[in-house]
Design a protein around this ligand. Structure first.
Ligand code: F0G
Length: 488
């Protein structure tokens, strides 16, 4: 790895800013685009919940970047030399080496996916009366902390929830709010401070190294541990390199190691960061490792596989090294930027600046006539599927919970997330998404709200079912036919 990697960009003669794939496609999967009437039937069948659509009915699957990324040829090659054994697998030794070289972390606990790490961390560090300050929550993280009796305090900056912003680091913590939370709860009741890289629910937004450094200094002063969720660290690394002063000539590896030097322990979902499955917990602190070690064989599997297949472990090691390759980690943010900038230019409410992970439409503004009690983000997700066969994910009030009196706790923002699985879509597919979103925006007055048919008590967004209020879906289909003729 070179000490200094210059930013590599390809300029077009036309002057256009066009993202360019720095890889070629060697394995493909056939896609299916249903006619609009069949898409309507499919969304009714799925209870207006895009999680319940079958993949055969989906054209572009932008539900998530989790477990849907394209592996490299080297990852697939590595899988064929996996060392199958319950204990002491050579594949695991390779992964430990990758964890040390990429993250500079000595101790590693493998788990079957990110939320399993959250389970073990929460079980170890959270009891009733404990608080976890964080830049923003993630659904499974918050659920695990609350199940153990803990409380989440979000201490994001005022910029974080603004749809339109040019602030480059919306994932930063508000230092003033952090100090207040520590004062209010007492340092001894802060289980740890959680920093989420590439903050998922506010639009895949990064934090800056400077902010992390400041938070780490405050934590040290009070004897509080810092935990980093590195599931989306690749894109956070990319943004520090291109947006933060002083980092343009620093290698990705050095940026990563500096970030990790400000944390006491970290965990990741391999479904994102390494384009595989699985996950893990990393630390350089032997006592932290020992506090959690014995839960792994109980909940996940023996310490040298933790619920992962050895093939996955081989691919994960290679995937982690690839997260330090600028060509690999810049692909997704550049494609996302292309879509976000184009929609923004057309006046469509979309989270800016573009982040990692995906393009986030602001459903609250997109269909401002639909009240939040009728779930605008869920309604927009269903409408976009009908209009295009594209499956996005509701990240609004349906993803929230009810209070003790049974009332919806309205989400801070109603977002429709269109995730970009890494190295999966081509530019013409992104242009198709752009076209259909623009059509939907021009016809947004046709979209109505949703109401529950079946509402599960926990993480209701996964399997809950809803129905449209009124006949707005029929009107949307009729307008589609009028404008697109016999087009799919
Ligand atoms: N942390 C972050 C920041 C995540 O985005 C996720 C998963 C997890 C933890 C949990 O990891 O899925 O491997 O158990 N995010 C997925 C998503 C589900 O679609 O954004 P997991």
């Amino acid at each position: 790895m070179e000490k200094s990697e210059k930013l590599k960009t390809v300029k077009f003669y036309s002057g256009e800013v066009t993202p360019l794939e720095m890889h070629k496609v060697r394995v493909v999967q056939k896609l299916n685009l249903l006619p609009v009437e069949e898409r309507k039937d499919a969304i009714f069948g799925a209870g207006f919940n895009t999680f319940l659509l079958m993949n055969k009915d989906v054209f572009l699957d932008m539900l998530t970047d989790s477990g849907t990324n394209a592996m490299s040829d080297n990852q697939i090659a590595a899988m064929s030399v996996a060392d199958d054994s319950y204990a002491g697998s050579a594949s695991y030794t390779k992964l430990e080496k990758a964890i040390l070289e990429v993250f500079n972390q000595k101790y590693f606990l493998p788990v079957h996916q990110g939320r399993a790490a959250e389970h073990i961390i929460s079980k170890t560090f959270i009891q009733p009366g404990k608080v976890v300050p964080m830049n923003y929550h993630f659904t499974t993280t918050k659920a695990h902390i609350e199940m153990c009796g803990g409380v989440v305090e979000e201490i994001y900056t005022d910029e974080a929830l603004k749809t339109k912003s040019s602030f480059p680091f919306k994932g930063n913590m508000d230092i003033g709010k952090l100090n207040k939370v520590i004062e209010k709860w007492g340092a001894e009741n802060v289980a740890f401070i959680r920093f989420e890289a590439g903050t998922n629910l506010i639009g895949g937004q990064p934090f800056s190294m400077q902010n992390l450094r400041e938070v780490s200094a405050i934590a040290k002063k009070h004897g509080i541990k810092v935990l980093m969720d590195t599931s989306l660290i690749n894109e956070n690394l990319y943004f520090i390199k291109i947006r933060e002063e002083g980092y343009q000539d620093v290698s990705l590896k050095d940026i990563m190691h500096e970030m990790m030097s400000y944390t006491d322990f970290s965990y990741f979902s391999g479904r994102k960061v390494s384009c595989t499955r699985g996950g893990g917990i990393c630390t350089n602190d032997h006592s932290i490792y020992m506090m959690m070690r014995d839960w792994v064989p109980l909940f996940e599997g023996f310490l040298t596989y933790g619920g992962m297949s050895v093939r996955e472990i081989e691919a994960m090691a290679v995937g982690l090294y690839e997260s330090l390759d600028f060509d690999v980690i810049s692909h997704s943010p550049q494609f996302i930027k292309y879509l976000v900038d184009s929609l923004d230019k057309s006046g469509i409410p979309v989270i800016t600046p573009s982040g990692g992970l995906g393009c986030h439409l602001d459903a609250g503004q997109f269909i401002s006539h639909v009240p939040q009690s009728q779930y605008p983000a869920g309604a927009l997700a269903a409408a976009l599927y009908v209009a295009s066969g594209i499956r996005g994910m509701e990240r609004g009030t349906i993803s929230s919970v009810r209070d003790a009196d049974g009332n919806d706790i309205l989400a801070d923002v109603e977002l429709l997330r269109l995730a970009f699985p890494r190295r999966v879509f081509t530019l013409s597919q992104v242009k198709y998404a752009e076209d259909r979103i623009k059509w939907l925006y021009d016809n947004r007055h046709l979209i109505g709200g949703l109401e529950w048919i079946e509402e599960p008590p926990v993480l209701r967004f996964f399997v809950g079912k809803l129905k449209p209020i009124g006949d707005w879906v029929d009107k949307l289909v009729a307008k589609f036919r009028e404008d697109f003729g016999d087009s799919l």
